[in-house]
Ligand binder design. Structure first.
Ligand code: COA
Length: 628
């Protein structure tokens, strides 16, 4: 195994530009602009001089900026390592709900156990097909859509889909990767069934198993899992715990060589296939989302997982299917691409199975063994309790808004994404009477090794709009949409502030300098406490993505805009008295309707004279973020 960022598979020869380091003053101005209306005036009065001091000529900011520029010269992407650590690897929270997004597939109708296994074998065939496209560098390059459409995007994230593993550590995790090769090497998948883990070899004697072989092997696994006397404790539960706790448990686990072997097999697998027991709950969209996010807890399928692995395909006997994804190696967009490929593959290529089970010469799949000391038992009990609490805590609402979709918004000559973001701000304001630091993921895959930066959607213009309740509203909606669209363009061209501030903070740490006051100021802490965490994850197949809130008193809001409807997946925690997903969604429906009425009314009234220069996606943005 090797460290990912040292991988030779960088995109240097992709011809993509490097991520720029934004000008210091631009970032500092933007930071103040983003925060001034979100914090008390008194606090802002303290923060402003701190920021000015940081940015003063000859000051700390200039020095760190120079260091960052130097760093950017010898790295393909100056922020990648910092960002990966900050966003994922140093985060100690449990992966389920807090970090791992899921993809929820359309509900399947399995009439029998063999139906379920047929589906699993078909899906695994698709996975192997997709993996060989990745390994053969045969995936078509993605191109940007929407704003500034048409430029090619960095494809690095795909190489990590079936090769990486997030190893827990006491203070920080490590993202490790297998070297991928074009030659068919021994390869395996881990099948989880009844909280047991089985090794399913998919390449034997340089030959990839066909679907019929896979089916036979899955049936054998199913039979082995059914033998009650051989059942081992649900070790997978440990991976659902906080990262520090799991790291501690793992360090005890690896003292035994049997456990070491089992861990090694899991860490080197392509992916997991989790054959889930029926959940016994009605499979509404919301319930399927919940089951995918945490497995329904210890009495359902909570232990039938291994959260460190990037891809876990869940196939429930009751038809509840989807993917759980460890987020650190790639973004939701890659998850969507892979999932859509699989669904299309399964629809387009008829299952290659004959009915009768074949007597196979293949070696039997192997059950992974665990030696469970009393210490490990204690860790397991603690992990189980933690998961149960998380299950009780998650408040989820998946809602298909059918009032209108992208088409209506485009007819208003507005960016659908910006419009939805303004609607989310409006909703938050209605529910809570204020705006809060908001995160919207913006892809920076236009650049080498690009991941994401943040669009801070709670703009001053959004606040002005949501506060206004008079005739000026339409004008203010326009202004808010423009501000949001401008920020989006800044972000996707590498000129947003979050990655830059992170870079300045981390390079100071790296140089062992005293932490600049800017970063110990409460305003900075507030600015990165994302009460509203949002993301557009569009799909072309019938499925949806969702995830949990990133802070205890916050919301996760994932949306999937379609032509005539928009799917919203809103999550929050029940333990917070401030939040309610149901209320948020209900309010959102009302807000979207009000905005529609406003647009329709606006259309029938005299248009503002400058209406011809409305957003056209090509709007040029000057360095300070205003439109030219
Ligand atoms: N008038 C008419 N149509 C417009 C318009 C306007 N003023 N502005 C945009 N449109 C059109 C676009 O041309 C596009 O058309 P298409 O459907 O034919 O492609 C469509 O509306 C959507 O564009 P828009 O809503 O502006 O958003 P976008 O697709 O550019 O998305 C981001 C914006 C920030 C979401 C996107 O750039 C991004 O970064 N996506 C990745 C997010 C991510 O990583 N998610 C996963 C995180 S795990």
């Amino acid at each position: 195994t090797m460290n990912l960022d040292k991988s030779l598979e960088t995109s240097e020869d992709s011809g993509l530009p490097k991520l720029p380091v934004p000008p210091l003053q631009q970032t500092l101005d933007m930071y103040l602009k983003c925060m001034s209306h979100l914090i008390p005036e008194e606090q802002f009065k303290k923060t402003k001089p701190i920021v000015e001091k940081f940015g003063a000529p000859g000051g700390m900011g200039e020095f760190l900026q120079k260091k960052l520029l130097e760093r950017s010269e010898h790295k393909a992407n100056w922020v990648y390592d910092y960002w990966l650590e900050d966003m994922y690897l140093s985060n100690r929270l449990a992966l389920p709900v807090n970090s791992s997004p899921v993809m929820v597939f359309p509900k399947q109708n399995f009439r029998s156990q063999s139906d379920t296994l047929r589906f699993a074998a078909h899906l695994i065939s698709g996975v192997l097909e997709y993996k060989s496209l990745i390994d053969g560098r045969a995936l078509p390059v993605d191109y940007a859509r929407g704003q500034l459409a048409g430029t090619p995007l960095c494809m690095d994230q795909y190489n990590k889909v079936f090769t990486s593993y997030r190893l827990p550590g006491p203070k920080i995790d490590t993202l490790v990767a297998q070297k991928s090769t074009v030659m068919p090497e021994p390869e395996h998948i881990i099948v989880a069934c009844k909280n047991q883990f089985f090794v399913l070899d998919v390449v034997i004697n340089f030959r990839r198993l066909n679907e019929k072989d896979l089916y036979t092997q899955l049936e054998r696994i199913r039979k082995m899992a059914d033998i009650e006397e051989e059942r081992l404790p649900p070790i997978g539960l440990l991976t659902s715990d906080g990262r520090t706790q799991w790291a501690e448990a793992r360090s005890v686990l690896i003292k035994d060589s049997t456990n070491r072997d089992s861990l090694d097999m899991i860490e080197r697998c392509l992916c997991l296939v989790c054959l889930d027991e029926p959940s016994g709950t009605e499979l509404t969209d919301t319930n399927r989302a919940l089951l995918m996010l945490h497995g329904g807890g210890t009495d359902k399928n909570g232990g039938n997982r291994w959260y460190d692995k990037p891809m876990q395909f869940v196939i429930g006997a009751d038809g509840c299917c989807g993917v759980v994804c460890e987020h650190s190696p790639f973004e939701g967009i890659v998850l969507v691409q892979c999932s859509e490929y699989l669904l299309r593959y399964m629809r387009g290529s008829p299952s290659k199975l004959v009915r009768a089970a074949s007597m196979s010469e293949l070696p039997a799949p192997r059950r992974l063994r665990w030696k469970c000391s009393p210490d490990i038992q204690a860790f397991l009990t603690a992990s189980a309790d933690k998961l149960q609490r998380l299950v009780k805590n998650l408040d989820m609402n998946v809602n298909k808004f059918t009032g209108y979709g992208k088409e209506f918004i485009k007819k208003q000559k507005m960016s659908p994404d910006a419009y939805i973001q303004v609607a989310l701000q409006f909703t938050f304001y209605r529910c809570h009477g204020r705006l809060v630091p908001t995160y919207e993921s913006a892809s920076v895959r236009r650049f080498q090794e690009g991941r994401v930066d943040n669009i801070r959607s709670s703009t001053p213009e959004a606040l002005a709009f949501v506060k206004a309740m008079d005739a000026e509203k339409m004008e203010l909606l326009w202004t808010a949409i423009k501000a949001q669209t401008n920020y989006t363009i800044l972000a996707i061209t590498g000129m947003a502030i979050d990655n830059h501030l992170l870079g300045l903070r981390e390079i100071a740490k790296e140089l062992k300098l005293e932490k600049p006051e800017l970063f110990s100021d409460t305003t900075y802490a507030t600015s990165i406490h994302f009460i509203l965490s949002t993301s557009q994850v569009p799909t072309t197949e019938e499925m949806f993505c969702c995830y949990g809130p990133v802070v205890p008193n916050g919301y996760g809001a994932c949306y999937n805009p379609q032509t005539d409807h928009i799917i919203f997946c809103v999550s929050s925690f029940r333990e917070s008295a401030e939040t309610s997903s149901d209320l948020f969604v209900k309010t959102l429906e009302g807000c979207l309707k009000e905005m529609q009425d406003l647009c329709i009314k606006g259309n029938t009234e005299a248009k503002p004279t400058d209406s011809t220069e409305k957003m056209d996606g090509n709007t040029k943005v000057m360095k300070n973020g205003s439109k030219s």
